[in-house]
Design a protein. Structure first.
Length: 176
């Protein structure tokens, strides 16, 4: 059974999530891939502010395709999360709540998740067209020069995800 969750995620809700839980997310999240993550971490290192409030944010590792006329967004599938592993601990330490992607995460990311009470959620690779149907609003909020990899704020309804790594570090990939 899928559990309906409203974004932004709170620490209390995240503490109840367990690896393997099926969720339907509704609310605002952000898309960002490796180029945007690199820029955000460079801004942090330079003492600059981020283009959105990272505290409590959920970042979906996706670079949506351009929308066809009349559509909110194009195909919007997850990218490989390992591309963000060099940047994720910094953002988690600043209060990011959750990440959505596909694939395993490094020990450094898992340690940062446990340290900060964050979660890693998996979206189904190859289902970008179906996930796009969950997106009701989309707007570029940073780095428009990155094209499809610009940071977007999305409003999603009933976006299906699975808890891959929970706040305790329990990891669905480690289950036998």
């Amino acid at each position: 059974m899928e559990r309906k969750i409203t974004l932004p995620l709170t620490r209390e809700v995240m503490a109840t999530l367990r690896a393997g839980d099926a969720l339907l997310l509704t609310g605002e999240l952000y898309t960002a891939r490796d180029a945007a993550h690199k820029r955000m971490c460079e801004a942090i290192a330079a003492g600059e502010s981020l283009p959105f409030d990272i505290r409590g944010a959920t970042i979906y590792y996706a670079g949506p395709c351009p929308a066809k006329p009349g559509d909110v967004i194009g195909s919007c599938g997850p990218t490989t999360s390992g591309r963000m592993d060099a940047y994720a601990p910094t953002l988690l330490d600043l209060g990011q709540a959750a990440m959505i992607g596909k694939g395993q995460r490094s020990d450094a990311v898992i340690d940062a998740m446990v340290r900060n009470g964050a979660v890693y959620l998996g979206a189904i690779g190859g289902a970008g067209a179906l996930i796009a149907q969950c997106v009701k609003r989309a707007e570029v909020v940073a780095y428009p020069d990155l094209g499809t990899e610009a940071v977007r704020r999305l409003y999603v309804e009933d976006m299906p995800v699975t808890v891959i790594i929970d706040t305790t570090g329990a990891n669905l990939y480690d289950r036998k």
